[in-house]
Design a protein around this ligand. Sequence first.
Ligand code: SF4
Length: 421
Amino acid sequence: MSPKHVRQARGVVGIPSHSPFLARVSGPHEAPNCRPPDHQFFTAGGWVEEQRGVLAVGGQRRPPTPSPWGASIGCCLSAGVPLPYNGKVAGLASVEGLEIGFPRPPGGVVRVVRGGEFAVTEGDSVALVGESGCGKTLSALALTNLVPEPGRIVGGRVVVDGEEVRGLSEARLQRLRGAVVGYLWQEPGMAFNPLLRVGVQVAEAGVLRYGWSRRQADCRAVELLRAVGLENAEALAAGYPHQLSGGQRQRALLAAALAGDPRLLVLDEPTSALDPLAQQSLLELIGRVQKARGLAVLLITHDLQLAARVARRVVVMYAGETVESAPTQELLAAPAHPYTQALLYCAITPPGGVPRPRGEELATIPGRVPPPEAWGGVCRFAPRCDRAMARCRTAHPALTELTPERRVRCFLHAGAEDGGG
Ligand code: SF4
């Protein structure tokens, strides 16, 4: 991850590169108990709503930001109800025909994502699955227009919270980052600024969204760190990132992602840097938080087993495009695309199955994911597909609807059409 990418990542969870406290709260809300107005906080009993008030930000009074959880008071332990998804419904976030390009001298553009398609509805859980280099992380970054420079979205539609992301002003994008979409990164050590105290960084998205005072931010950071199961939260908040273990940093990063009360949490390989016990613990925590807050989750992983544990739907990406999407159980029971079938065949422990016997040789998919320059107007999986036909090497399959809930990009299925380059 480049320094620029890291800075952008910090921006997602509201961590600016300069002095963090841009807003002050005045009047009766500067209370000793440090509770910001019109907001909810997490206690052992759940999320509880606070009193309403008026904030003064940058010397100007403004009404408080409405709570994303409505006016209900008390525990909020019911999960959001996932809406039906037929591959076309624009939910909380939807991506259609996504193309992400990087400049290639002299004057050209190489498209590293071409054909990304997925959607996430309120309270839903979706997994983007595929090998490294298939465009999963870039597609998730596109949700808040955080594709690392010099790359950019060059085609397709990305709609988040009803707004087309391409062309949004930086101020509108900042609203999406942290307040609508929060990110939990694979490498928490890279996402934190080593020069700032943990508490300052954990509270930053809340400071930007709700205008917490310095004292409120300090208290909130401690509450958030406690809410993600960290003991001795005061000391951790006052410390620096290098003083935390890997598991603590990952939880602290989750706390930072939650500070702005996002409605969609993107989890980019969240457990890959953790030991098995810490993985299990973090997954349970994420499940509890998702249920308590009705959060939608977009999981990025190469691990179908992890996807099966977390997600209601799976979207399989290969070589920069979506090749299959389906409800998780349907996809595991009857994968339609040869690439999905190969991924399942290669799993050390097939989801829902028994671990392979010790000593048994593991299966692999022969070949490699082709680079964008080699995609051409053909099926990108053809060089590795043991069922490839002549048509697969002369035409590019379109994403075809099998049922209202299932789509696949493969000529083996009836009705599959040529989808162009
Ligand atoms: S279109 Fe042809 S090459 Fe591509 S996955 Fe289907 S069968 Fe294999």
